[in-house]
Structures are given as structure tokens and as C-alpha cells.
Write a protein that binds this ligand. Structure first.
Ligand SMILES: NC(=O)c1ccc[n+]([C@@H]2O[C@H](COP(=O)([O-])OP(=O)(O)OC[C@H]3O[C@@H](n4cnc5c(N)ncnc54)[C@H](OP(=O)(O)O)[C@@H]3O)[C@@H](O)[C@H]2O)c1
Length: 297
């Protein structure tokens, strides 16, 4: 779809986009299956990065990350060459940062940090099981948990992804999930997959342990026997980056520095705008490894 380049307006920043993240949240919005939806027609894309063309508050020519302020939800998002966004949706990014990383780091890094530190409050020596451990959030959650001093088990749904579970986690196939395969009960599960994977992971948590629920790619629903739930005495806790974004922002900045330096890893699959359909297909089917990003340069 062709649209004119937006005219700069006060309180807004005009950006020439370099890269845009393609996320499950974007797909839920495109499918009309999210609690906040735009009026149509609308440009999707809740995260992007690019160069400032015009702004009262951000230096022209600087590299910025775009997120929040309902971008790609209640207003046009980042799957475009240009975006005019509220100044509050613009964050400076260190010069030299890979634009694909700049557009995509915040959600997985922030969610991983929130899950391990804010929600599950993982302590050194605890055993943490992460599902979808080769995914964007899962792989960073593995690394943040290991840095917190946890012993980590990473669960993946397909054999091909076993090799993509970051060290030093023990990688386990979801079909093989058992107390024996995991090496005994765990203190914490961080589940990025939902559905039957959450159901199968719950019995592996010790009494008084915690489960942080991040996502539901494998299913929005699972049933629980309330008697078993009470007997198990495991807390099921939501991890919501939308409500925790501010509290993790400073920590996530440090994680970006570590990602740029190669001390943490986030796999990124890159696609041109003409390959958007393939990018979406890879994400929808779970074939993608790590973040899926549109190169808009
Ligand atoms: N709560 C929050 O604030 C928050 C923030 C960011 C993301 N999220 C959510 O967290 C989840 C993971 O995000 P992500 O960026 O890490 O995604 P991702 O990289 O695509 O990882 C999701 C993983 O889910 C597994 N999966 C199982 N069945 C699937 C299916 N039918 N389709 C696709 N994947 C399937 C895949 O792992 P296997 O192949 O190993 O099964 C895949 O690697 C998403 O639901 C996302 O919306 C939530």
C-alpha cells in the first residue's frame, strides 16, 4: 500500500525506518485476536528502529528505537518506510547498534528480565526450566537465569532446535519432558509456549515453586484440576511486559550493551519487505529461530 510520507507535527518525531520487528503480538493484532486493536486501515508493527528525520526533542540523524505509546496497536506502526510517532515512543540507541537488534531487543530482553527477576525472583542455586528455549524470549530467559546463578533446563518442541538452546542450559525435547529428563523437580518454570506445554511442565515444579507465564503460541487455553492445583501448591504468575516496561528499562539497557558486545546472544532472521509473507509464515509455524525482523533500508 502506498501512502505519502507523514508531515512532521509538534510533539511527534518523523523517522526513516531501518528495521521493524515481526512479533507474535503483531500477528495477534493482524488476526484481530488482541485486546487492543486499531481502526482500519492501519499499519502494523509494534517495534522499529530508524533514523530521525525531524523532531523537536530527538537529534536529527540519530539512531532510535520506536516502541510503546500504542504503536502498531491504536496508531500506525513500523512496517513502513516512514513513521510519525509521539516523541515518547522514541528512545535513543547507541550509535553503531545493529538496527535489527535495536528494533527487536526490548521485548525479549525486557520480558526475560521481568520473568526471572521481577516475577519469579530467581535466587542463586535454584533450578529453572524455560520452555520455548530457542525462541527469542526463551533464549534470553535462559541466559538471564544462568547469570542469576540458576541451573537452567531449556525445553524445545523440535529436535532441530536443541542446538539453539543457549549454553549452559541442558536442552530437553518437549516430547521427552519428565522429572527424570529434567534431573529432578525445579524451583521455577518460565513458560513462553502455553497450552499443552504449560500443562506438562506444571507437575515438574516443587511445592511452593513458581511458574511465570509469558506466552501462548501453542494454545491460549489449558485446563487444570483444582484439587491437583491446590495439592501441588505452585504459584502461577503472569509476566506482563506492558505493565513492567518502566521498571525493567534500566536493566534492559545493560542487556542491549551486552547483546551488542556479543556477551549475550539473540538470533535474528532478516527479511526484506517483499518477503513479509515468508517472515510471517516462519513465525506462525514456530520454524523461526529467535527474532524475525524486516530490513527496511
Ligand atoms: N507477556 C509478555 O509481556 C510478552 C512479551 C513478549 C513476548 N510474549 C509472548 O511470548 C511468546 C514467545 O515470544 P517469542 O518472541 O519468544 O516467540 P518465538 O521466538 O517465536 O518463540 C516461541 C516458541 O514457541 C514455540 N511454539 C510452539 N508451538 C508453536 C506454534 N504453533 N507456533 C509458533 N511457535 C510455537 C516454538 O518453540 P518450539 O519450536 O521449541 O516449540 C517457538 O520457538 C509469544 O506468545 C509472545 O506473544 C509475551
Amino acid at each position: 500500500m502506498e501512502r505519502p510520507v507523514p508531515e512532521p507535527t509538534p510533539g511527534h518525531t518523523l523517522v526513516r525506518l531501518s528495521a521493524a520487528s515481526v512479533s507474535h503480538l503483531d500477528l495477534n493484532v493482524v488476526d484481530g485476536k488482541f485486546g487492543i486493536l486499531p481502526d482500519l486501515p492501519s499499519i502494523p508493527g509494534t517495534g522499529g528502529s530508524g533514523i530521525v528525520l525531524a523532531s523537536d526533542t530527538h537529534p536529527e540523524g540519530s539512531l532510535v528505537h520506536l516502541r510503546g505509546k500504542a504503536l502498531g496497536l491504536r496508531r500506525d506502526g513500523c512496517w513502513a518506510e516512514h513513521a510519525l510517532v509521539p516523541d515518547g515512543a522514541v528512545e535513543a540507541v547507541p550509535e553503531g547498534t545493529d538496527p535489527a537488534l535495536a528494533c527487536s531487543y526490548f521485548s525479549p530482553a525486557g520480558t526475560a528480565w521481568a520473568a526471572i527477576h521481577s516475577v519469579a525472583a530467581v535466587q542463586p542455586g535454584e533450578r529453572v526450566l524455560v520452555t520455548g528455549a530457542a525462541g527469542a524470549v526463551g533464549a534470553l530467559t535462559v541466559q538471564v537465569a544462568a547469570r542469576a546463578g540458576a541451573e537452567v533446563v531449556g525445553v524445545v518442541g523440535r529436535r532441530a532446535k536443541l542446538a539453539h538452546v543457549p549454553a549452559p542450559a541442558k536442552a530437553v525435547l518437549a516430547d521427552d519432558l519428565s522429572e527424570e529428563a529434567v534431573g529432578g523437580l525445579v524451583d521455577v518454570v518460565i513458560d513462553t509456549v502455553g497450552g499443552p506445554v504449560l500443562r506438562d511442565a506444571l507437575p515438574l515444579v516443587r511445592p511452593r515453586g513458581r511458574v511465570g507465564l509469558v506466552g501462548y503460541t501453542a494454545g491460549r487455553e489449558f485446563t487444570v484440576d483444582l484439587a491437583d492445583f491446590l495439592l501441588a501448591d505452585v504459584a502461577l504468575l503472569p509476566v506482563n511486559l506492558m505493565t513492567r516496561g518502566k521498571e525493567v528499562a534500566a536493566d534492559v539497557k545493560r542487556l542491549l550493551a551486552d547483546l551488542s558486545a556479543g556477551e549475550l546472544t539473540l538470533s535474528i532472521e532478516r527479511y526484506g519487505l517483499e518477503d513479509l509473507a515468508e517472515a510471517v509464515r516462519r513465525l506462525r509455524t514456530g520454524e523461526a529461530v529467535g527474532k524475525v525482523v524486516l530490513d527496511l533500508t
